[in-house]
Ligand binder design. Structure first.
Ligand code: ATP
Length: 615
């Protein structure tokens, strides 16, 4: 039981499904390069590179730490002096001395407060930078990276792991520095007062060392497991909530609850052991603390009675320092645990930051001006990761303004061709050209800005209908948004809705029908006014009236643009200028409807109804 929750979680119920999708575990370029931040030292170094932005503020914090440490050493020293000086010898001047002590303690509180408040500012700013870097980096990662990771697990890195770093930075940095300094200061004062009593105090140190080593060697691993388990749980919750319909449709509630219970138990166990073992630290320190206190009191009393230089005041100072001496050690041990958990969090963040972004094409690559829209695929072959070739020797030419329909059985490679055209992936061999130039000559964002997409299940963001249409071109005016909606046959249904263009859509278009989502996506594409259009024809059944509206809107949208259509309806295919029949990753037939029906191939069988296109 203990071992199982330490291993990464495997989804037993999903394994066959992953196999079917044919996703190789090593798919994508990012899989091999993720180990840069594997040790605490390099992680701390990288954390430091964030902290160094605030070197002046950090210096001020350090100055306050030095001051507050000196003041906290001064307090017990003054108390001991007061006993020997005023109580034992009944000297005068006790009141001014008391006031002086009060000032020391007040200043101590002030310096502590200042260092805390400044450090909180530094910590918050540091995690702000980390969060920004992480989010920006995530958006520059290639599509294959996202295909092999759960969204919730990634979200956990942006939220939980960063939060962990933040809370540790808030407290640990100061604690570690001030505890270290305090230790040095206490040892110095103690040695100057009584080397023998100092030696006695030190006797507990080896015991502390052994105990702490035993504990932290276990907890550092456990904290890592805990963070990972939390990420897995987040991933699972995100997945099941967004796939709620499917879970319900297939009556998988019980299975999902069971998997959740298992993941939850893993967190429970890893959290329990991490906390339980690290919880030993204060207890151990307390015990050893009491031991050293007893030794000092006993031996100190013997020394005082035998007339050595040790006075009652010195014993009080020592007793206080012995307590203070184990406290910074105790704090160091506690903070060490917090620090380990922060390092585990930071390491997971840096792992993502180390993932290779889409090969940078800035600098050497050019901007694309508005293109005419001629696309050439020249002997293009492609494989996902190290897997077998998904596409082999694809060759076709789309002239400006033409409609190219891709037809073929499921898994033939239609979507993959579109992915290559957008440069989500790079061909293994062959060239793709736009207006006669290799698409690799241009920046990806510049290339993609020439295209618009209307997908089977268009994604709509949480926001108003107007905002969702405007996603096609952010600087479009309200009037342009409405013009686009009119051309997309969406205007009438939008104005009938309560709130009209300002009606708020829930996440992914919750609250409107599939057909209406399609119309909004078409309006968005019309507004973008691209030279190249990618259309993945909807397969879901939409009522006839809406269907006619969609077809009409699409005709308007496709006019004058090079359009690539993954077609599922025969009449869409028939109207295309060229039909590319794909079978098993190869172009098996290419030509117009009239040309292809002449051949006794896949297409003519399709037209004759001998083959059905699977939706
Ligand atoms: N991310 C991926 N990793 C590995 N293999 C993949 C990946 N995506 C798709 N494939 C494989 O590539 C082949 C082509 O898939 P693609 O999605 O291009 O087919 P398609 O013709 O669009 O199919 P459909 O009509 O069902 O959408 C399939 O065998 C599929 O299993």
């Amino acid at each position: 039981m203990l071992e199982s929750w330490k291993e990464p979680f495997r989804y037993p119920r999903l394994e066959p499904l992953q196999g079917k999708a044919g996703i190789p575990p090593e798919a994508g370029s990012a899989s091999k390069k993720k180990t840069k931040a594997k040790d605490a030292k390099s992680t701390l170094k990288r954390l430091w590179s964030y902290l160094i932005f605030h070197k002046w503020k950090l210096s001020a914090v350090m100055a306050m730490i030095v001051l507050s440490t000196a003041l906290s050493l001064l307090g017990p020293y003054l108390a001991g002096t007061a006993i020997d000086h005023f109580i034992a010898t009944k000297s005068s001047g006790f009141i001014p001395f008391l006031i002086g002590m009060a000032v020391v303690y007040a200043l101590h509180a002030l310096t502590m407060w200042l260092q805390n408040i400044w450090m909180i500012g530094i910590a918050q700013d540091t995690v702000l930078r980390m969060r920004t870097d992480l989010f920006n980096h995530l958006h520059r990662l290639p599509i294959p990276f996202f295909m092999k990771r759960q969204h919730g697990e990634l979200m956990s890195r942006v939220t939980n792991d960063i939060e962990n770093v933040s809370s540790s930075l808030n407290s640990s940095f100061i604690q570690v520095c001030s505890s270290g300094l305090l230790l040095v200061g206490i040892v110095g004062v103690m040695l100057s007062l009584s080397p023998l009593l100092t030696l006695l105090t030190f006797m507990v140190i080896p015991l502390m060392m052994v105990g702490m080593k035993w504990i932290t060697s276990r907890t550092s691993r456990l904290f890592k497991v805990q963070q990972r388990n939390l990420g897995e749980l987040n991933g699972f919750v995100e997945e099941t909530l967004s796939g709620q319909r499917i879970v319900k449709a297939f009556s998988r509630e019980a299975a999902v609850i069971e998997t959740y219970r298992e993941l939850n138990t893993r967190i429970h166990l890893s959290g329990f052991w991490a906390q339980a073992i690290s919880g030993f630290i204060p207890k151990l320190m307390n015990g050893l603390n009491n031991l050293s206190f007893a030794l000092i009191a006993g031996v100190g009393a013997l020394l005082a009675m035998n007339g050595s230089s040790v006075t009652v005041g010195v014993i009080v100072i020592f007793a206080e320092f012995a307590r203070q001496f184990t406290r910074p050690l105790n704090d160091l041990a506690n903070q060490w645990n917090t620090l380990l958990s922060a390092i585990a969090g930071a390491e997971r963040v840096f792992q993502i930051l180390d993932e290779e972004v889409e090969a940078s094409d800035e600098g050497r690559a050019g901007e694309l001006e508005r293109v005419e829209g001629r696309i050439d695929f020249e002997e293009v072959s492609f494989a996902y990761g190290e897997g077998p070739l998904t596409l082999r020797g694809i060759r076709f030419t789309a002239n400006p303004g033409e409609t190219i329909a891709f037809v073929g059985p499921t898994g033939a490679g239609k979507t993959t061709i579109i992915g290559l055209l957008c440069r989500f992936y790079e061909p293994k061999s062959g060239v793709i050209k736009i207006d006669g130039e290799d698409i690799r000559k241009y920046r990806r964002d510049s290339l993609r800005s020439q295209m618009a997409f209307v997908l089977q299940d268009p994604f709509l963001f949480e926001g108003t209908i107007r905002e969702n249409i405007r996603y096609g071109r952010l600087e479009a005016t309200d009037q342009e948004v409405e013009e686009a909606a009119k051309l997309a046959n969406a205007h009438s249904f939008i104005t009938r809705m309560r709130g009209g263009y300002e009606a708020r859509l829930k996440l992914d278009g919750g609250g409107i029908s599939q057909g209406q989502k399609q119309l909004i996506a078409i309006a968005r594409a019309i507004l973008a006014d691209p030279s190249i259009l990618v259309l993945d024809e909807a397969t879901s059944s939409i009522d006839t009236v809406t269907e006619i509206k969609i077809q009409e809107a699409l005709q308007r949208l496709m006019k004058g643009r090079t359009s690539f259509v993954i077609a599922h309806r025969l009449n869409t295919i028939q109207q295309a200028d060229q039909i590319v029949v794909l079978q098993d990753g190869e172009v098996s037939e290419l030509g117009s409807h009239a040309q292809l029906v002449q051949q006794d191939g896949f297409y003519s069988k399709l037209v004759k109804g001998q083959i059905e296109l699977q939706p």
